[in-house]
Design a protein. Structure first.
Length: 142
């Protein structure tokens, strides 16, 4: 599977058009690295939790947003792909504050995501994202 096909599957997932969802995209031993959490999160279940919480956060609390973020201002604006890696630059807005960042995604040869790294700027956006993610994770865990 080519990197372009893998990136296309990721975009399908974000549009709610990928039938297997994250279960079909993530390797069992995937590692998620976030600007919000100090240590890497390891495994499919934790990665699914964080990616779903981020999707819900970007879509103003729409619980179905992990499948179809209809109210989200989140959008990818640039893609750089090479080998098994993709750097997807995004923009969004949270509470009227501009947010810019990148998703750095690595796939294995079988087409599963083995590493998902998120970097965000500016500092105000990181702080706001941290606050919102914490609330969203608490909501999703209860």
């Amino acid at each position: 599977m080519t990197i372009e096909e893998n990136v296309a599957k990721w975009h399908q997932y974000l549009r709610g058009e990928f039938p297997g969802g994250l279960d079909e995209l993530l390797a069992d031993d995937v590692q998620f690295l976030s600007p919000i959490v100090f240590t890497p999160q390891k495994g499919k279940d934790l990665t699914k939790l964080y990616l779903s919480a981020a999707g819900n956060t970007f879509s103003d609390g729409n619980k179905d947003s992990a499948q179809k973020p209809s109210r989200s201002k989140f959008k990818y604006i640039k893609e750089v792909v090479s080998g098994n890696h993709a750097v997807l630059e995004f923009e969004s807005e949270l509470d009227g504050k501009y947010l810019n960042g990148v998703d750095i995604i690595t796939w294995n040869d079988e087409g599963y995501i083995v590493e998902f790294k998120v970097m965000i700027r500016p500092l105000q956006a990181i702080n706001l994202m941290h606050e919102k993610m914490k609330k969203m994770l608490e909501t999703m865990s209860s």
